[in-house]
Design a protein around this ligand. Structure first.
Ligand SMILES: [Zn+2]
Length: 328
């Protein structure tokens, strides 16, 4: 059911989203990869899809979720413990040469900052993509930011004016005092580094972003991508406290093509999918749609709730990313 667009998905697009999503879109969070980039078995979601997902394949697939849109975007490899960094980054560098495509370099906390500097300059990357699975602290979902994004790497981002797409972890994400302290310190000390907090600061449980967002108030080099979030509270908190200019649409492709929805539950969150849910026990004809469609609907709810104008919605979909990366 993943990677498949059904009639009922198209109906939701036509009914709710075709009039909401502007004609031009900057997708600030998308993954490009080939299955051969992983040592050993590829991640389950990737294994179910095409073996080579470059810019052209992405264009074909994102058009399933957002038909007839002109989509540019910020791409990076698919970070798993088994990824071959060199092969994945070389592939990204080639794919990011397509018009409208920008690339971020997948980085490991043990990488020499000077190696990162040279690679970025040689290959034309605009930013960095760290990820918690490479953290020195275990379990990595409880890692503090410096154990997967050391300060010396942020310094290089500052010196070169790079973006950093950062997926914070720990159980309460932005509500975690140590995450707040590190984000504020990095952003203040390295003003030319452009931090993009993935998944609305990992606001899969909106309460975490709601509780923590005040800690970032006033920082103008911190952005948020909307990717794969399907509860509107985190978007609304960001718009209210940081302003809509710091929120950018992101698909998290290929996560966009999972059939399911992520919901806040208690003090955590849960990815509901057909595999872990008994829909036949439900009281009505309950059917999943794709995460990418759910996330667009959620963004629409937040835009309505915050009273965003059409121009402001356009900022979230393209203006903010275009400004951040100097695109026209
Ligand atoms: Zn992602």
């Amino acid at each position: 059911m993943d990677w498949q667009l059904l009639d009922r998905d198209r109906e939701i697009w036509e009914r709710e989203l075709a009039s909401f999503v502007p004609p031009r879109v900057f997708d600030s969070h998308l993954h490009l990869y080939e299955l051969s980039h992983f040592n050993g078995p590829a991640p389950g979601l990737c294994a179910k899809g095409p073996s080579s997902v470059g810019w052209a394949e992405f264009q074909k697939r994102i058009a399933e979720i957002m038909p007839d849109r002109e989509v540019t975007g910020l791409a990076f490899g698919f970070p798993t413990p088994t990824v071959d960094f060199k092969v994945a980054n070389d592939f990204l560098a080639r794919e990011a040469k397509h018009p409208g495509a920008l690339g971020q370099m997948l980085i490991h906390p043990a990488m020499d900052p000077e190696f990162i500097r040279e690679t970025v300059q040689r290959d034309g990357f605009v930013g960095l993509k760290p990820y918690h699975v490479f953290a020195t602290e275990k379990p990595t979902f409880d890692a503090h930011i410096p154990s997967f994004l050391p300060e010396e790497q942020v310094r290089v981002a500052h010196e070169l004016g790079l973006s950093i797409t950062l997926h914070i972890v720990r159980s309460s994400a932005l509500a975690d005092p140590s995450n707040q302290e590190v984000l504020r310190r990095y952003a203040t000390k390295y003003p030319n580094a452009r931090m993009i907090l993935a998944h609305a600061a990992r606001g899969f449980n909106p309460h975490h972003t709601v509780l923590g967002i005040e800690s970032l108030r006033g920082l103008n080099n911190v952005w948020f991508d909307s990717s794969a979030v399907t509860d509107s509270g985190a978007y609304e908190a960001i718009i209210r406290v940081m302003g809509h200019r710091q929120l950018m649409y992101g698909s998290d492709f290929p996560v966009s093509h999972i059939r399911g929805r992520c919901v806040g539950l208690g003090d955590n969150f849960l990815w509901l999918t057909p595999d872990n849910t008994k829909l036949d026990a439900a009281y009505a004809n309950v059917q999943f749609t794709l995460v990418g469609i759910e996330s667009l609907r959620t963004l629409k709810i937040a835009a309505l709730g915050c009273g965003l104008s059409d121009e402001q919605v356009e900022d979230v979909f393209i203006g903010n990313g275009a400004k951040l990366f100097g695109l026209h």
